[in-house]
Design a protein around this ligand. Sequence first.
Ligand code: FES
Length: 125
Amino acid sequence: MRGQRHLVCRASELPPGERRIVRLGGRSIGVFNVGGSFYALHNGCPHKGGALCEGPVCGTTVDASFGYGRHGEIVRCAWHGWEFDIATGVAVADPAVRARTYPVVVEDDHVMVVLPRARKEPDDE
Ligand code: FES
């Protein structure tokens, strides 16, 4: 996988249902364990820039009769309540809106977020 890996923690330190907010490469990123799979979201809401990853992890309305489902798969922004799929970053109410996601790699019990490498400026060489 291209990019630079940044260590977050041991997988055993981030059990299902938990999250960590970390600062990596100058970015605030939320790393979530959803049912044993790890995901990383930019901690900035696409709506007005609220700390998206600090909102409640929850479910959402899943059908026209207002049934509740997908518990633990959604993060709700604490500022105005927009909901996002943690795995994809897609907004529940409008699939055209997405929170930024980052790849996560787990190797040897280490959870790592993969960030794009910083570009070198011509004067750096
Ligand atoms: S800033 Fe997140 S819902 Fe408005």
